[in-house]
Ligand binder design. Structure first.
Ligand code: SF4
Length: 332
């Protein structure tokens, strides 16, 4: 366990594989029903629809090529030993079983790839695709990432997600029945959400036994409807201290077993309008560590009556946390 007051995903990877394992982001050429006309074409209000600068280059390259390129960088920068293929861009279950199997198998065939993470929307999981997810859950180290973003249907409607909370709950229930591990994406700072509404998703994650979480800070990106609202002064973004306090409040409400896979977002320097402080990602992560220490707190404190040894023992200097993803994809 790293010297952290929360349960970091990097610690899980070290425990499982005994070495440094890094995620390599892949753009496998998918789209999503909120973009291809099935539900709409404009997408979620915060989604730029370009994928991102990094994915702009990756799109069109084979899955294996993208992984080989990513490996080279990860080995050079982090001395990574093993890799997880991260199907990140857009909705990575939005295709036929045959297509998905071919792409996932291509990823797993690359040397030193030891698992898969597949990010998707909760409304892109028909039963045959759930069956496929179950199959990969059994044969490799596997996570399914599902976009939740908010537990408020009012907010989901406002951000034009194209699905409601019940769809997410239903998808997670089916994953649990099949033994598929789920990580939820949540955005903090969505327009008009109160602090309590933002924190409410921690209870849902606890109650449903969801195994992982990715917390994203709301980013205002160029060429989005959110950017128009921001420029008109109709939405605001959080300042850094506000965000840091909110993340700490969130962690305190989260079961200690939940693996924390992300605590801020990757806005992408070329497209980010606000908040610009988020570009200094390691400063944000270090500020969260410092605030948890200042509070004498730890993940799950609000729901536990007794202390959790791994976290309560944490003290001393804060090592820089290594979140290896280099992509700037919009949340699924
Ligand atoms: S954020 Fe994800 S779900 Fe929303 S439009 Fe963009 S790709 Fe689709």
């Amino acid at each position: 366990m790293e010297d952290k007051r929360y349960n970091p995903f990097s610690g899980e990877l070290k425990r499982v594989f005994g070495c440094r394992v890094h995620r390599i982001s892949i753009d496998a050429g998918f789209t999503c029903p909120n973009r291809d006309g099935t539900l709409g074409t404009a997408g979620c209000i915060y989604c730029g629809g370009r994928g991102s600068g990094s994915f702009g280059i990756a799109r069109g390259l084979s899955v294996a090529c993208q992984i080989e390129d990513g490996k080279e960088i990860m080995v050079r920068k982090y001395k990574a030993g093993k890799f997880i293929a991260y199907f990140q861009a857009y909705s990575n279950t939005y295709g036929s079983v045959d297509l998905l199997r071919r792409l996932y198998d291509e990823a797993l065939s690359v040397k030193d790839v030891v698992g898969l993470i597949v990010a998707t929307r909760p409304d892109c999981l028909p039963s045959e695709i759930l069956g496929l997810m179950q199959e990969y859950s059994r044969k490799t180290y596997f996570w399914l990432e599902l976009g939740l973003q908010s537990v408020s249907d009012r907010t989901l409607n406002f951000i034009k997600r194209g699905h409601d909370l019940a769809t997410f709950v239903n998808a997670v229930s089916k994953c649990k029945e099949r033994g598929i591990r789920v990580s939820a994406h949540v955005i903090l700072g969505l327009p008009s959400e109160s602090r309590d509404e933002m924190l409410a998703s921690a209870s849902l994650i606890n109650d449903m036994g969801i195994e992982g979480i990715k917390l994203h800070l709301l980013h205002v990106m160029k060429d989005t409807h959110l950017a128009e609202l921001y420029e008109k002064g109709e939405v605001r973004v959080m300042d850094r201290d506000e965000y840091v306090r909110l993340v700490c409040d969130y962690l305190e409400r989260l079961r200690p077993e939940v693996l924390v896979q992300r605590m801020t977002g990757d806005g992408g320097r070329d497209y980010l309008i606000a908040p610009l402080w988020s570009l200094k990602k390691f400063e944000v992560l270090n500020a969260i560590d410092a605030e948890m220490k200042r509070r004498g707190s730890f993940q799950g404190r609000s729901i536990l009556t007794s202390s959790v040894p791994n976290f309560s023992a944490a003290s001393g200097p804060h090592p820089v946390i290594n979140f290896p993803s280099i992509s700037t994809s919009p949340p699924v």
